[in-house]
Design a protein around this ligand. Structure first.
Ligand SMILES: Nc1nc2c(ncn2[C@@H]2O[C@H](COP(=O)(O)OP(=O)(O)OP(=O)(O)O)[C@@H](O)[C@H]2O)c(=O)[nH]1
Ligand SMILES: [Mg+2]
Length: 216
């Protein structure tokens, strides 16, 4: 029997080219949003990047867009504190979300982000897909489960993206994939394929570009 949640197959040449073209075009930081009223008008397809603090959301956006410092990436967890909007050509918004599960953030700050994250995920009509980033070394954690459940409830399709694939060997990778697959099976909103990526080596990046270009 085929494994549930296989890695996405390499897209065909046309899809790869569409992804390449989309991401080679203009990409700009639009704004950082701290409240729902601040969201730009819902006039195009939008995908967001969610995941634990430090999982590599901002780095992935930088690598996808080939702009090193577009989304701030840092060693300091909890760095991205706003819902950051980027325009990808005129067809898409890319949205970099604040990381969750950062234990050292003040309680009031965490509560505020969580409320915003929740209203955003539940209330954004043009949000086509959430990419939920999972550290390839660690698999799905309890705090990830909370967001996956929220996505189920909000009926937002989410696709798991494993990050930092350069940091694990083949054996650990299989073990983590097994754990991730078992976790995803419990979530009706999970998209049936996952993507393994590395912002360091560029693994999976062309595939992810093609996937996003295919979302309209
Ligand atoms: N080796 C390796 N390191 C990575 C990769 N992606 C991110 N990192 C490192 O992981 C750390 C966190 O990356 P960020 O992109 O800032 O993580 P984030 O998810 O945006 O974090 P918050 O904004 O705090 O939620 C940085 O030191 C990155 O250089 C990767 O694919 N491989
Ligand atoms: Mg970030």
């Amino acid at each position: 029997m085929a494994l549930p949640f296989p890695e996405a197959e390499a897209p065909d040449a046309d899809a790869i080219e569409a992804g390449r073209l989309l991401f080679a075009g203009p990409v700009e930081f639009l704004k950082g949003v701290v409240a729902m009223q601040g969201l730009p008008s819902a006039d195009r397809a939008e995908v967001c990047f969610a995941g634990r603090s430090n999982v590599g959301k901002s780095s992935l956006i930088n690598t996808l867009t080939g702009r090193k410092a577009l989304a701030r990436a840092s060693n300091t967890p909890g760095r991205t504190q706003e819902v950051n909007y980027f325009t990808l050509g005129e067809s898409h918004y890319l949205v970099d979300l604040p990381g969750y599960g950062y234990a050292e953030a003040p309680v009031a700050v965490v509560a505020k982000w969580q409320a915003l994250l929740k209203s955003y995920l539940q209330g954004r009509s043009t949000l086509r897909r959430a990419f939920v980033l999972i550290d390839a070394r660690h698999g799905v954690k309890a705090v990830d489960e909370e967001i996956l459940t929220l996505l189920d409830k909000s009926a937002v399709t989410f696709q798991a993206v494993l990050t930092k694939a350069d940091k694990i060997g083949a054996r650990d990778r299989d073990k983590v994939l097994e754990q991730v697959r078992a976790a995803l099976q419990k979530h009706p909103a999970a998209y049936p394929e996952l993507v393994m990526t590395s912002s360091e080596t560029g693994d999976g990046i062309a595939t992810l570009r093609a996937i996003i270009a295919g979302i309209s």
